[in-house]
Write a protein that binds this ligand. Structure first.
Ligand code: NDP
Ligand code: 8X3
Length: 251
């Protein structure tokens, strides 16, 4: 059975991927910082497939390499890496943004993706096969007002996705970027630091994408025949035409 390594598996898109890949008989390595969420997921999904959990913060390279080094032999043969962990922190102008928020986004969304990839790539290179799916965003395609550093972090993911495809080409490793628009997850709650009322409003007045919609797309990308590599996939809710154009019922 193939093995998938999912970062940010404790909620939203990553959690939906965990369920879908389990259903499709992948062995799962599920990662996140919230241990209790990982434990719950493991007990649920172990009924369907083999599950290993790793609790670490992608921002800290020692934690990343230690966690990945600790993977038991029977899970080590990783076939698919889904670089999904990430969040926005704050929605402020460049002059008002906080240094802590900027660090969290650059360290988590960019450096975290690099650390995890660096730790897993030797496994894929050694067997001349593997698949990396990088979760970017429409924020990595288009800058929007107050998106500044989050957008910059996702532009970096977009660039790294292209760079991986170039550099890993000779190793027969597939690399794809999936770039969603608005998906109703914990994303806005994190962005607005627990202000649930403000977060809920982001997804009201139209039908937002659901985490399961993105998991379906990721699984579609991964399950193409090996000679097929979808480079880049941008997906919006029907009501959204760009980062700033949203057909939303304001009543
Ligand atoms: P959620 O907030 O629901 O999930 C984020 C996941 O990332 C959680 O599992 C969280 O786990 C994990 N995570 C965040 N920071 C860290 C960290 N420092 N170390 C380890 N794990 C971390 O949001 P989504 O599911 O929506 O987000 C998933 C990805 O999709 C992100 O990269 C996001 O930027 C991207 N995206 C989201 C969109 C949306 O509208 N929702 C649209 C476009 C892209 P834990 O807290 O347990 O560590
Ligand atoms: C998440 C989507 O539009 O909030 O990446 O940046 S958006």
């Amino acid at each position: 059975m193939p093995t998938v390594f999912i970062t940010g598996a404790t909620s939203g898109i990553g959690e939906a991927c965990a369920h879908l890949f389990a259903k499709n008989k992948f062995n799962l390595i599920l990662c996140g910082r919230r241990e209790e969420k990982l434990t719950k997921l493991k007990s649920k999904l172990s009924k369907q497939t083999a599950v290993h959990t790793l609790q670490f913060d992608v921002r800290f390279k020692e934690e990343v390499f230690k966690a990945i080094d600790s993977i038991p032999e029977n899970f080590k043969d990783i076939d698919v890496l889904i670089n999904n962990a990430g969040n926005a922190h704050g929605l402020h102008s460049i002059q008002e943004g906080s240094l802590e928020d900027w660090d969290a986004m650059i360290d988590g969304n960019v450096k975290g993706l690099l650390y995890v990839s660096k730790a897993i790539l030797p496994i894929m290179i050694a067997k001349s096969s593997g698949f990396i799916v990088n979760i970017g965003s429409i924020a990595g395609k288009e800058v929007y007002p107050n998106g500044n550093v989050y957008c910059a972090s996702k532009f970096a993911v977009n660039a790294l996705n292209k760079a991986m495809r170039l550099d890993l080409n000779k190793h027969n490793i597939r690399v794809s970027g999936v770039h969603p628009g608005l998906v109703a997850t914990e994303f806005s709650e994190v962005r607005f630091k627990g202000d649930t009322e403000r977060a809920e409003k982001v997804y009201q007045g139209y039908k937002a994408l659901q985490a399961e919609d993105i998991a379906d797309i990721i699984y579609f990308v991964v399950s193409r025949p090996y000679h097929v590599n979808i480079e880049d996939l941008v997906v919006y809710p029907t009501a959204q035409a760009s980062a700033t154009i949203l057909n939303k019922d304001e009543n």
